[in-house]
Design a binder for this molecule. Structure first.
Ligand SMILES: Nc1ncnc2c1ncn2[C@@H]1O[C@H](COP(=O)(O)OP(=O)(O)OP(=O)(O)O)[C@@H](O)[C@H]1O
Ligand SMILES: Cc1ncc(C[n+]2csc(CCOP(=O)(O)O)c2C)c(N)n1
Ligand SMILES: [Mg+2]
Ligand SMILES: [Mg+2]
Ligand SMILES: [Mg+2]
Length: 331
């Protein structure tokens, strides 16, 4: 296989059996009609040993925590509330103690308790080499209020939550020094963001509860990739200003080139990038301020080809859909 996204495009079904389906393949999660007040939202994501983590980058509890977090992040990107999750785990025949596998579940449980999500099932199998964990998350979103990637309109503000770049920087430290190294406080902050990302459920909900039109996507593959997904889904041009993108304050010891790579292409920050009507922007900012969630304007949407431009030192260049792509070489 050459390209993850081209493969997914080739899977789009030509027909649909159920009228209750609102959105299938193509967003962070699928959505279908459920009752009068809510729609159901469902997503699934997998972590694979030596692709998403190594034994030297994550403890078992981190693996569990992150496997659930990446799914709750997709629910957040739809403006949903997570309710349930299922876990499928393939455990290598050698190298994993029972208590370590249990710790994976302890890590999941820590996050599940925070967001009040119930473990309702799963599957347990063996594998020959590597550990694989797949989580399916199920939630609800207020009827008609979902935040699809295709919702961007010309004139919208582009925004991002919190800071970017921490996870990739944390990973680079872990790959260089491992977990048992006397890291400085700032370095530990970056590592924590990599091992235990915080799904922005509250941010998605704030937008939904305000009833504003917004497009939303969570940042798993890097902002360059996710901004392109918004542009493609909405058929609009997105212009981002590099100077306005909030870089994690603990990145200070890295070079400008490294910071740029982490922020634009690193991925796994699990922040939300979105667009919203300019006329609602003040209201959105106040609501986020009150909820103590950082949100930053980083660009705008305009009519044109579905592309992303990045303004750096006032000159624009095309920001390619580069970032993490399974099957492609990731620079
Ligand atoms: N193998 C597959 N079969 C069917 N649908 C798929 C498959 N892989 C991905 N999809 C669907 O394609 C869309 C995009 O998936 P993708 O995994 O890129 O999004 P994501 O989960 O938000 O990102 P990430 O996995 O990087 O966190 C989703 O609707 C997803 O359900
Ligand atoms: C050991 C190790 N090497 C590299 C990475 C980086 N990485 C792996 S998958 C991915 C994108 C998100 O995954 P997906 O698209 O499947 O959601 C990224 C940025 C890592 N986490 N651990
Ligand atoms: Mg996503
Ligand atoms: Mg996915
Ligand atoms: Mg991905």
């Amino acid at each position: 296989m050459k390209d993850e996204f081209a493969f997914i495009q080739s899977l789009l079904p030509k027909k649909q059996y159920h009228r209750s389906l609102i959105k299938g393949i193509g967003d962070d999660a699928a959505l279908f009609h459920h009752g009068d007040e809510y729609d159901t939202v469902v997503c699934v994501d997998t972590l694979v040993e030596n692709i998403h983590f190594k034994r030297c980058t994550m403890l078992p509890a981190h693996i569990g925590y992150k496997a659930l977090a990446v799914n709750l992040s997709d629910i957040a990107a739809m403006g949903g509330i997570p309710n349930y999750y299922l876990v499928s785990i393939a455990v290598p025949k050698k190298g994993w103690k029972d208590c370590e596998v249990k710790e994976i579940y302890d890590g999941m449980n820590e996050l599940a308790e925070r967001f009040k999500v119930d473990l309702i099932g799963g599957d347990t199998v063996s594998s020959n080499q590597e550990l694989v964990i797949t989580v399916t998350a199920i939630g609800t979103v207020a009827k008609g209020r979902r935040l699809f990637r295709q919702n961007s309109k010309s004139g919208d503000v582009v925004f991002v939550t919190d800071f970017l770049g921490a996870s990739a920087a944390g990973l680079s430290l872990l790959l260089e020094h491992g977990m048992n190294y006397p890291y400085a406080k700032e370095q530990r902050e970056l590592i924590e963001q990599h091992q235990k990302p915080n799904p922005q459920i509250k941010a998605g909900l704030l937008l939904v509860n305000m009833g504003v039109r917004a497009a939303l996507n969570d940042i798993s593959d890097g902002i360059a990739s996710e901004a392109n997904e918004l542009a493609e889904a909405s058929g609009k041009t997105i212009v981002l200003d590099y100077g306005k993108i909030p870089k994690h304050p603990a990145l200070g010891s890295f070079s400008n080139k490294e910071i740029e790579d982490f922020v634009l292409y690193g991925g796994e920050d699990f922040q939300l990038i979105g667009t919203a009507n300019k006329k609602n922007w003040d209201q959105i900012q106040s609501a986020f301020h009150e909820a103590n969630i950082k949100i930053t304007e980083i660009g705008y949407v305009k009519n044109g080809e579905p592309k992303v431009y990045l303004l750096k030192n006032h000159s624009p260049f095309i920001l390619d859909k580069r970032g993490y792509n399974h099957f492609r070489k990731n620079e």
